[in-house]
Design a binder for this molecule. Structure first.
Ligand SMILES: [Zn+2]
Length: 279
């Protein structure tokens, strides 16, 4: 990777190799989290990608975790707090859209709805390939009055759960633990060490109380990681799962959507369709 001339308009300001350039940062007006995980008054800004950034993505074989760290370098949280993972996905989309004016996200999905044709329910199955524009992105906001979500187990231990942060997500990816319920839940606990959380959560996960934790998972994860589209054939609203989008938010990418590496667990299988796999 040779090109280093234009780097990080915001973020790594102490990098000696940065060539000064106009810093264009854009303020985030709305977020899937509704700004609830952050201190009141927190501003979140992002920069379009520089040429150097794009070359980095084009020329490097970034892992998902590496890519997330690169994408985060152009996102600034004024309070210094960690960004919630689903907010990161959303801002990742904004960063791309701010960089390439003519760029269109293709988020292909198959319509899951049914049409009634001559008294029979017929699956719509329309293959949609919508063009995603920044002002068209809509989502359900985090469904909780306040954070953290506090859960008390049978032994009286209080767990303070926050939405999964990008930093914790990167750690889980690097450790290969994204599919591990205990590890993911422990990553959400903010009022004790990870080791302690793992130890205390151990008897809870897999027991009856899994329902409580599933509820917490729903509050902190479910519903905010979808983008709403209208099916071009039947006109019905479709919520498309964003968890497969982590790769396509990179500014330079292959057109293949990633497979696997889903965080979600403990939810009904019929909740959301995933983006179709492009080939
Ligand atoms: Zn349809």
């Amino acid at each position: 990777m040779q090109l280093r001339e234009v780097k990080r308009p915001i973020g790594k300001k102490n990098d000696k190799e940065v060539i000064p350039q106009p810093t264009i940062t854009l303020k985030v007006a709305k977020l899937p989290s509704g700004f609830k995980p952050y201190k009141p008054g927190t501003e979140i800004r992002y920069a379009p990608y520089s040429f150097g950034d794009i070359m980095d993505f084009a020329q490097s074989k970034f892992s998902k975790a590496d890519a997330a760290e690169h994408i985060m370098e152009g996102i600034e949280v004024s309070s210094g707090e960690d960004l919630a993972y689903f907010d990161y996905l959303y801002i990742g989309i904004l960063r791309r859209l701010a960089t390439f004016e003519a760029d269109a996200f293709n988020i292909p999905f198959t319509c899951p709805h049914f049409d009634v044709v001559e008294d029979k329910e017929v699956p719509c199955n329309e293959k949609n390939k919508p063009t995603l524009m920044a002002n068209e992105i809509s989502f359900d906001e985090l469904n909780t009055e306040a954070l953290p979500v506090i859960y008390t187990d049978d032994a009286g231990n209080d767990f303070h759960f926050m939405p999964l942060s990008v930093t914790e997500w990167v750690k889980l990816v690097r450790a290969g633990k994204l599919e591990d319920k205990k590890e993911v839940f422990a990553s959400l606990v903010v009022n004790m060490s990870r080791d302690k959380a793992l130890k205390l959560l151990n008897p809870i996960i897999g027991a009856q109380n899994i329902e409580d934790l599933t509820q917490i998972d729903k509050i902190l994860y479910f519903g905010v990681e979808t983008i709403q589209f209208k099916c071009s054939k039947c006109g019905k609203k479709v919520n498309v799962d964003l968890t497969g989008v982590d790769t396509i938010i990179q500014p330079f990418r292959t057109d293949k959507l990633p497979t696997g590496s889903r965080i979600r667990f403990g939810l009904p299988a019929d909740s959301q369709p995933s983006p179709d796999q492009e080939s």
